[in-house]
Design a protein around this ligand. Sequence first.
Ligand code: BES
Ligand code: ZN
Ligand code: ZN
Length: 465
Amino acid sequence: MKLDLVQEINSDIELVFLDSKSLKKHKKYTTFKKAGFEADQDAICFLHESQLIACGIECNNNDNIRAAASTAIKALKQANYSSVSLDISKENLQAVVEGIILGGYEYNRYKSEPKKSKLKNFYLTSSDIKNLQDEFEKAVIIAEATCFTRDIVNTTPEDLNPPSFADLAKKLSKENKLSCEILGEAALKDEKMESMLAVGRASRHETQLIHLTYKPKKKAKKVVSLIGKGLTYDSGGLSLKPSTSMVTMKMDKAGACAVLGMIKAASELKVDVEVHAFIGAVENMPGGDAYKPDDIVVTRSGITVEVRNTDAEGRLVLCDVLDYAQDKVNPDYIFDFATLTGACMVALGQYTTGIMGHSDSLKRKLEKSAQNSGELVGTLPFNNHLKTLLKSGIADISNVGSKPFGGAITAGLFLDKFIKKENKNKWLHFDIAGSAYTETPWDCNVYGGTGAGVRMITDFLKNIK
Ligand code: BES
Ligand code: ZN
Ligand code: ZN
């Protein structure tokens, strides 16, 4: 399906969003009434004779519009029309584009006979398209970068393993003119990244560190480092996950996939920010060569970690990647993205990304970006008492908390141990364990990867001063 912005068009059907007030004023009010349509949020009503489809909205705001556009596109894809038009305004343009592209997203790589839809053209109409063109193109870039992230998350662990992840990053770097550096196991050994290497040791796929850089043509206003957890599969390792928790663990690479989507969007939007993406691509497997509970790993920073649970592997990868990233680049902001803890979902629910860090003002900025872009975030507060749960009797720190409470925060505090003093207020940790993947559709998310983080960070990068 093609999405275009046009001045005027004769389409097979017209889409309108109506709340209870605008419904009453609509010229087809009585027909809608007869059909039982009350403009409830996400309610769909086709008036085939009038070539009209309405989708209800509780009131006119971008969150409701985005959800309604997602519902409408799904209904339209199942109907018999080949073109649809929707009159839009500048205020709701981005929400509409996201609703259509993200709500209409399908991942068909593994379907031998994907369902075919008759819908070929979606026209957004406005009398003022000159003024909207730029905004429209930007919205499409952001939505498509989110779909790009979803595609990678949805790819199976057989097709998307650390080396093929590195290949994919190389391909993106060529297409988008980014610089690209890949470190395989020999180079990681030279870098003394023993913690990250330990996690990947029992896998038949070689562990990879990926570093992509986008530099704007103009002088960069700011430099941002984005770090992603890229567990292409998390079986738990020797601390093996129960079989039901293991299903979906291909999504443990979602942080890395999000970071790729972010740098893709940043380079296509040509933001005036230098962006670095650092990805630790690793597979966590059991096996004769696997790292074990009771092992002590020496991280790149020199800090020693007692491994008490091989399923708390994300932090063992991130600590080395964070340390490497801080040595290679001196940025204004350091953000890491990781499907790090089930505890984050317990704390905030499965829709919300957990934000942790030391700078309240930076957290407020990212909350604002989330709000602008329709992502859900919640902050989880650090405190020094929870830090004591990470004490180890034999090494500098343990990789898991000693009590089953505050698990998202203790994971964040573990990472904090590897953030250099001068970077404490530049750093935020985003736990996307719940928000990165869904098996039931919600908002503009459909089954599978959601692309959590991409829209929020793109908004942040776009508005950097
Ligand atoms: N990848 C998981 C976290 C996760 C769980 C992501 C569910 C998405 C959905 C992570 O590596 C993990 O297994 N964490 C453990 C930590 C525990 C051993 C301290 C967890 O959350 O149970
Ligand atoms: Zn794990
Ligand atoms: Zn994991």
